[in-house]
Design a protein around this ligand. Structure first.
Ligand code: ADP
Ligand code: ASP
Ligand code: MG
Length: 409
């Protein structure tokens, strides 16, 4: 049985009318004889609204109850889509994460999928039903509801497609595919016909919200190509696939991430074991550190600066404050007004001068660089958050990405 997995994002199921439209699209595929499993996100901004309600009740909502609350969003859209499909005369069934066998670890807010038990889903598909699965959620320890992290419905789709050996995994969204930059930020960004798993992983990890990074990780592990397509027309979209099937390009895209904060612990004594202590303490609090920069201070001390997602800033500051006392460091300072901008491309390591061109583009616009970090396929700068949109456009222009065409070999 070859299964087509489709995922529809929040905007695409943003109203009952849009859900009826999705039902038509699903049925068009179903009526050609395919088995269809459909993963859906919560309608529109539901997840944000639920989060807001929780924060009105308490500034730090307990993670277990927060997961329970946030997953209701996907239950609404799933139920409605199943009703819409049934109303159009086909059989369908809506399933929660638990009912569809998405087994995760015990992290309530950023759970990782450990296993997908596909028996129940397969039974429904075998009966000819369209299976509608609530994205973004799973279950740990048998009955505890968990969430996969913001944007996690993509990961539900990739995990189910991999577990079912699906013929295709189609991610339907509110743009025409993956672009060289966020098309809402850079009007002349170009849609990529193809992008490699590695590049997509870096783009996603550095702020291109269009795909959830773990969805790409799973697809890469299983060699499962992903198709990112618009939900509102029949555009060709972007295929995310193995890099050795694609021609090499130096730079594939520019991204930005505003949802971060920078915290520095100053004048930490320079001796072995200090970094292990600081990062051990951050890890125990389950704080993901995006960037680490150690700079040599005067005398026998260093400054250690970290960049974390905004939701971790408060906890990370508390941890570093504790460390400051233990290690007798001078101080802890937090700067919330920063953002990251990155260039991503498989050719960065082999194309000398790429980083210099990025810095030059920033310099021409008098944009100061606060921190710099590089890997083989990414260069990231931390800059003033207010200059981000300008910076992204300047870099996008510098590399003429609006004219980029990416071909398969
Ligand atoms: P969905 O609700 O369908 O999951 P998301 O909002 O999570 O949609 O992701 C789609 C959004 O990602 C687009 O509206 C676009 O603004 C943003 N985006 C950021 N970077 C990119 C990029 N490089 N290519 C395409 N879209 C991007
Ligand atoms: N509804 C969740 C979110 O807004 C998951 C998703 O849309 O993928 O983050
Ligand atoms: Mg998304």
């Amino acid at each position: 049985m070859s299964v087509i997995v489709q995922k529809y994002g929040g905007t695409s199921v943003g109203s009952p009318e849009k859900i009826l439209h999705v039902a038509d699209r699903v049925l068009a595929v179903r009526n050609q004889g395919a088995s269809v499993l459909c993963v859906v996100s919560a309608m529109g901004h539901t997840t944000d609204e639920l989060m807001e309600m929780a924060r009105t009740v308490t500034p730090s909502p307990p993670r277990r109850e927060l997961a329970m609350l946030l997953t209701t969003g996907e239950q609404v859209s799933t139920s409605l889509l199943s009703m819409a499909i049934q109303a159009k005369g086909a059989q369908a069934v809506a399933l929660t994460g638990l009912q569809s066998g998405i087994i995760t670890d015990t992290n309530y807010s950023e759970a990782k999928i450990r296993q997908v038990r596909t028996e129940r889903v397969r039974e429904h598909l075998a009966r000819g039903e369209v299976v509608i699965v609530a994205g973004y959620q799973g279950v740990s320890n048998g009955t505890e509801i968990t969430t996969l992290g913001r944007g996690g419905s993509d990961t539900t789709a990739a995990a189910l497609a991999a577990a079912l050996g699906a013929g295709s995994c189609e991610i339907y969204t509110d743009v025409e595919g993956v672009f060289t930059a966020d098309p809402r930020q850079v009007p002349d960004a170009a849609r990529l016909d193809f992008i490699s798993f590695e590049e997509m992983l870096e783009l996603a990890g550095s702020g291109a919200q269009v795909m959830h990074p773990r969805a790409v990780e799973i697809a890469m592990r299983f060699g499962l190509p992903l198709q990112v397509k618009p939900s509102y027309n029949d555009g060709p979209g972007t295929i995310i696939t193995e890099g050795n099937k694609l021609e090499r390009v130096a730079i594939t895209g520019v991204t930005s991430e505003k949802n971060i904060g920078k915290i520095a612990i100053q004048k930490v004594p320079d001796r072995p074991g200090v970094a292990a202590k600081i990062f051990g303490a951050l890890a125990r609090e389950r704080i993901n550190v995006r960037l680490i920069i150690q700079s040599v201070g005067e005398g026998n001390v260093n400054d250690v600066t970290i960049v974390v997602r905004r939701e971790f800033v408060q906890r990370a500051t508390e941890v570093l404050e504790r460390m400051r006392r233990t290690l007798k460091a001078a101080g802890v300072v937090h700067d919330p007004n920063v953002a990251e901008i990155s260039i991503v491309g498989s050719g960065i390591a082999t194309s000398p001068g790429v980083a210099a061109r990025m810095f030059k583009a920033l310099a021409r616009n008098h944009i100061n660089i606060d921190l710099i970090s590089t890997s083989t396929i990414r260069v990231v700068c931390v800059i003033d958050r207010r200059r981000v949109d300008e910076a992204v456009r300047a870099i996008h222009d510098e590399f003429k990405l609006g004219r980029l065409r990416r071909r398969a070999l």
